[in-house]
Ligand binder design. Sequence first.
Ligand code: HAX
Length: 441
Amino acid sequence: MEKLKTLFKSKADQLSAEIKDILKEHGTKKIGEVQLAQVYQGMRGITGMVYETSLLDAQEGIRFRGFSIPELQEKLPKAKGGQEPLPEALFWLMMTGEIPTEEDTHALSADWAERAKNIPEHVFKAIDALPINTHPMTLLVVGSMALQTESIFAKKYAEGVNKKDYWAITYEDSMNLIARLPAIASYVYRHKYKNSETIAPDYSLDWAGNFAHQLGFDQGSFKELMRLYLTIHADHEGGNVSAHTTHLVGSALSDAYLSFSAGMNGLAGPLHGLANQEVIKWIIEMQKTLGTQTPTGEQIAGYVQKTLSEGKVVPGYGHAVLRKTDPRFSAQQEFAKKHMANDPMVNTVWTIYETVPPILQSLGKIKNPWPNVDAHSGALLLHYGMKEYDYYTVLFGVSRALGVLASLCWSRALGFAIERPKSVTTENVKAWIKGEDTIWE
Ligand code: HAX
């Protein structure tokens, strides 16, 4: 994809020069103050990294290169006859800051289809080697780690490469990995749940459309769901666990395969991406306990109290940064209204949405009582018959590759340094409080 590569390089050179000037003139300016509580509580709100591909506003939600999700739905090129944006177009946007033409988008689909061919057999054998009850996220990580044998960055670095060329080999690795992920992820699904009956790719389709096909879901609107799903889950600025982990590991010049796999291990945590499986698991358990598929708001309220009294979180609600309903939740709700307005599980998700926020708000300690992206996605997948909810985070992971790998390309092109923030011990903190240690000053 020479056009994308050349455009990316010209944008990166331009930004690199601007950053040099900014740092020369303003490098010593302070951008905030850090409170002790922030240091203990997950570094919340501390600005500590630059991440070009998207930016999160607490009230408005995510913007990708300045575009909100409804704007992406309107402006990004679509599949033939489709209404949802193509994720490859979002990747182009994140790489260049420009909305691609239809022609460029379709050329990128074709480029990824070509790169997806001839995945080495050992990748699938590595997945096969694990017990069948292995979690699908572990299988995804094992598959993408096994593919690291193909890293051009690792090979060229071992041979000796000029640091000016890191970006180009990171770009090639990222493009190859993204192209091949649907094949690996669909293999995980078919191997684990469908007796290893795999489905041959249809490379005439776009990246998300073919992924739906290889999973075994060929209904027209499932492909549309995948296009939307893989677009909206792609990026959420740099501080979330999967993006930050990929960025951190990448800062050691670990290649795209190592960095992405590390990020996926973070996505597999229940407070992050795994929340999408936890939501459906929680709803199914609630339905069983209450003996109904369509609990009332009152019944749900009682179940939420039970969950809280057991010291558990209500999955799909809350966020470290957002303070309103996640626009990714709203985009999925709109999709459901269009395609499955009477689905009982979808309706239950909506009743939960009416019921949960006031309860969480009343506790007084939860900063954001509103739903996040994970509160809705499972119900959409269930509607099409994808019942294996422990697989859901893998779909999130395939999408997240777009954002974190576009950002890795940017980090290499801008020559970002190895990450190494300062830590202190509580002994230091106690001494600092007494005025005996000035470690932070
Ligand atoms: N249910 C119950 N309690 C919750 C809660 C929820 N949904 N959300 C927050 N809280 C609690 C916290 O556990 C914390 O309790 P303690 O003081 O007793 O430790 C308190 O409220 C304050 O937390 P906060 O400042 O509002 O939230 P954090 O920034 O610490 O955490 C989380 C943000 C998303 C991890 C949190 O809201 C949560 O656990 N939500 C449920 C899990 C979930 O949906 N995760 C997915 C988030 C989106 C994402 O990354 N997707 O991939």
